[in-house]
Design a protein around this ligand. Structure first.
Ligand SMILES: Nc1nc2c(ncn2[C@@H]2O[C@H](COP(=O)(O)OP(=O)(O)OP(=O)(O)O)[C@@H](O)[C@H]2O)c(=O)[nH]1
Ligand SMILES: [Mg+2]
Length: 232
């Protein structure tokens, strides 16, 4: 098989690089584990995790057994998580390129940002597309608060919908709030225990991989700030 030929015989110049960002504990690593579990038979995958001082996320994913352990690399950022995915992406790019070389031909490299706040987004120099992940446990108002990830990530995930009834959150309302600021970009209500939603997430990834291979996907920078005003 030629170096860059994928399982379906197509030949993208390199794998899709897909970032997952969002506040601490919203379920980014779990979402990555779910994607690996569902897609590893169909796509060649690898993962880069970012933690400030530990490699805990990588260890969690390795322990979950969702991919061969050597396909999961940890970057210890040692500083603000958003710095390593936006301002100086060198450490992450090296990890991504190492994986791409070691396991070619990969289809997707998933990059998990360290948990941060609502302003953290990936640079398009590091990823081709990004998921922004918030959860119902952070409160029903979060989607309305906006920010670059909520407003302009390629996919917004509202996670842990199974907890909504326990925290008095109206998921439909959160989706409406998010949709009203996302200019037609997709929003997905997700729970790891909801097979339909997990299926929709996998379909979205497959669609993106296909677009990337055809050269039809363009990375769009959500930007470090969302447009906002303090008066009027
Ligand atoms: N109820 C419920 N819990 C979930 C779901 N997804 C993740 N969790 C739990 O939420 C907690 C945080 O999940 P992680 O996947 O580690 O979140 P994270 O965003 O990677 O966290 P950081 O990397 O530390 O920012 C864990 O206890 C998970 O088991 C879900 O769909 N439903
Ligand atoms: Mg994590």
């Amino acid at each position: 098989m030629p170096e860059h030929e994928h399982r379906d015989g197509s030949a993208a110049s390199r794998p899709l690089r897909l970032g997952i960002a969002g506040p601490v504990g919203t379920g980014k690593s779990t979402l990555i584990a779910t994607l690996c579990r569902q897609l590893a038979d169909e796509l060649e995958l690898a993962v880069v995790t970012n933690d400030i001082y530990t490699d805990e996320d990588a260890r969690m994913l390795r322990a979950a057994g969702v991919l061969p352990v050597e396909r999961i690399r940890a970057v210890e950022t040692g500083a603000c998580p958003h710095t390593a995915i936006r301002d100086d992406v060198t450490a992450n790019l090296i990890a991504v390129e190492d994986l791409e070389r070691a396991f070619r031909p990969l289809d997707v490299v998933l990059v998990e940002s360290g948990g941060d706040n609502l302003t953290a987004t990936f640079s398009p120099a590091l990823v081709d597309a990004q998921i922004f992940c918030i959860d119902v446990a952070g409160g029903g108002d979060v989607a309305r608060k906006g920010g670059p990830g909520i407003e302009r990530a390629d996919l917004l995930v509202i996670n842990k919908t199974d907890l909504a009834e326990h925290v008095d959150v109206d998921v439909a309302r959160m989706i409406t709030d998010a949709s009203s600021v996302r200019s037609g970009l997709p929003t997905l209500a997700l729970s790891r225990t909801d097979p339909t939603a997990v299926g929709d997430l996998c379909k979205w990834v497959h669609h993106l991989v296909a677009e990337h291979r055809r050269g039809e996907h363009t990375a769009v920078d959500p930007g470090p700030m969302a447009p906002h005003v303090h008066h009027g």
